[in-house]
Write a protein that binds this ligand. Structure first.
Ligand code: ATP
Ligand code: MG
Ligand code: MG
Length: 549
């Protein structure tokens, strides 16, 4: 299923194969294991794996684990699970930390060539010396120390003879470059931190901008695809490749990152929502993480189609989150069995239906997919309908139930409202209705027509269930997307938990099973909260939307 959305990187790859520049396309998806993947990462995954697939190339899953402070195996494991769940198979599983020896050797060779030096300035001083966009930087007094001295200091750094921050290794490039990234960037720092993979072997770690091009080169990556905020780093990427004289010559290409309405897409911010207990974990169904989307009930197929439709562009913009809902409906429409659920029950007694009698009715499972067959649902003197499907004093054009009105019960009979029962406070607690045996569904009754069709469940066999309805977790402000102060924009009403009933045959529903509840929407059986005697359903998407592609 190939999308027609434009993709400038694909054009470059086609050209590179045609010209013989590359024999094979090799890409990588390089997450830092410092959080769970989110839907923005899905875009990157679909681009990297999707492009390599199209050219019969390869894609590595590479953990960019050069910052031990924030990284953890919990994140490594969740990322692997999420990539697989999205439907992708990596060729090699790699860890940047497995290349630390090679990176160290490259750093040593830069020092020997006079292209890197150990600097004693503090982080603050380095920042101060760096200059600004309009002002050139100032050279460090340590810039011209001899290669021998830097070599020996670098080795001492490695051997743990200095404290964090006491010294760094910097590339010697150009302190007056208009590109600030080229003003002698730091390429190694001291961090006495245990690493999730290399343990305590290292107390110096390479910086991302030095490590990343080397990781790509070591793996023979041909097209290193990243998001636009790295555009200004490309000259440094190329400088590293050139001066480290790597055999492979990967090239960096940038695309616009995904931004979604009413959605925060930053691991750091998502982690804050988890740590400060705004949500009940990375996989909370309100989270835009892959694990949250999975638990909510979104499907890998829908997420992939959504990402393909986004295409690969340089122009950034904010995508309507309802576009994902659209692809989800498209995917579930033909897959999800249809069934009836009453979210806010109102008891209806059918006074002329024989007491104690239960009949079984035939109901199609999905009218758009007849092969899915039929199910049997019970009908009796007592049923539940939706509270919202009754009004004592309705406006014009209200076609649902009101005193004296007749409606159709889906798969069953016409019923007519005869009497309204209220409690002492005047709340409607029960309806008394009559049914007409001749109107039975499937008999071809044409005697008269009614305008409303309601869903319902038989009361004595109905299975109690909990329904969790969701609203956006973070709301955009009038000015647009949530910013640093996004916690102010957390929606206080992002979840609504209600209790109702589902059809009796739903008692066997299993975690992650998906259904279309007639007239409501698509629901997923929550894998965390569901127990053998408490079914919990997450609303994935409602049935209707004003969104148009
Ligand atoms: P975050 O800012 O959420 O922490 P990140 O870029 O730091 O994201 P990484 O683990 O480094 O997270 O991301 C792995 C890959 O996914 C990178 O190539 C990155 O560019 C890409 N990526 C991250 N967020 C998005 C996004 N919103 N849209 C598209 N690609 C993204
Ligand atoms: Mg990153
Ligand atoms: Mg990050």
């Amino acid at each position: 299923n190939t999308s027609h959305a434009s993709n400038f990187i694909k054009d470059i790859m086609t050209e590179d194969l045609k010209s013989g520049k590359h024999k094979e396309i090799i890409t990588r998806f390089p997450p830092e294991p410092n959080g769970y993947l989110h839907i923005g990462h899905a875009k990157s995954i679909v681009i990297n794996f999707g492009l390599a697939d199209e050219f019969n190339g390869k894609t590595n899953l590479r953990f960019d684990d050069t910052n031990p402070l924030k990284e953890d195996v919990e994140f490594v494991n969740s990322i692997k699970e999420d990539v697989e769940w999205l439907g992708f198979e990596w060729d090699d599983l790699r860890f940047a930390s497995n290349y630390f020896d090679q990176m160290y050797e490259h750093a040593v060779s830069l020092i020997k060539k006079g292209l890197a030096y150990v600097d004693d300035l503090s982080a603050d001083e380095i920042r101060e010396y760096r200059g600004t966009l309009t002002e050139p930087g100032k050279e460090s007094p340590y810039r011209n120390r001899s290669a021998e001295e830097s070599l020996s200091l670098f080795e001492q750094m490695k051997n743990g003879e200095f404290q964090n921050g006491e010294k760094v290794l910097r590339a010697k490039i150009d302190m007056s470059s208009p590109n600030i990234n080229l003003r002698d960037p730091v390429i190694y720092r001291i961090s006495h931190t245990t690493h999730h993979n290399t343990g305590d072997k290292w107390c110096i770690y390479p910086m991302y901008s030095f490590a990343h091009p080397l990781e790509d080169a070591i793996e023979g990556v041909t097209h290193s695809i990243c998001t636009l905020e790295f555009e200004d780093q490309r000259p440094l990427y190329n400088w590293v490749i050139e001066n480290c004289e790597t055999e492979a010559k990967p090239q960096q290409y940038e695309f616009a990152r995904l931004n979604l309405t009413n959605t925060v897409l930053s691991k750091r911010k998502l982690k804050q929502l988890v740590d400060e207990k705004y949500v009940d974990g990375w996989d909370d169904p309100r989270m835009p993480t892959i694990s949250g989307l999975r638990r909510r009930g979104f499907t890998p197929e829908a997420i992939r189609e959504f990402c393909k439709e986004l295409g690969v562009h340089k122009g950034s913009g904010v995508v309507d989150v309802q576009m994902l809902d659209h692809f989800t409906r498209e995917d579930l429409k033909l897959k999800a069995p249809r069934t009836m659920a009453v979210l806010k029950p109102l008891k209806v007694v059918i006074t002329n239906y024989p007491e104690g009698q239960v009949e079984m009715l035939d109901a199609e499972i999905n009218p758009e997919v007849p092969e899915m067959g039929t199910r049997q649902i019970p009908f009796s003197r007592e049923i539940y309908i939706e509270q919202d499907d009754f009004m004592e004093d309705p406006p014009k054009k209200y076609f649902r139930l009101f005193p004296g009105n007749e409606v159709r019960l889906k798969h069953a009979y016409f019923i007519k409202c005869e009497e309204v029962i209220k409690d002492e406070e005047g709340n409607v607690v029960e309806l008394r209705c009559t049914y007409d045996q001749e109107t039975k569904s499937g008999t071809g009754f044409t005697g008269r027509k009614v305008k409303g069709t309601l869903h319902w469940v038989e009361a004595t066999q109905a299975v109690p269930a909990e329904f969790r309805l969701y609203n956006p977790l973070v709301l955009d402000s009038e000015e647009g997307q949530a910013t640093e102060s996004f916690l102010d924009q957390v929606n206080p009403n992002s979840i609504d938990i209600i209790n109702g009933f589902v059809e009796p045959n739903m008692k066997d529903a299993k975690a992650q099973d998906k259904f279309q509840f007639f007239r409501h929407g698509y629901f997923n059986v929550d894998p965390k909260h569901t127990t053998s005697d408490n079914l919990v359903f997450n609303l994935v998407v409602s049935l209707k939307s004003s969104f148009k592609l």
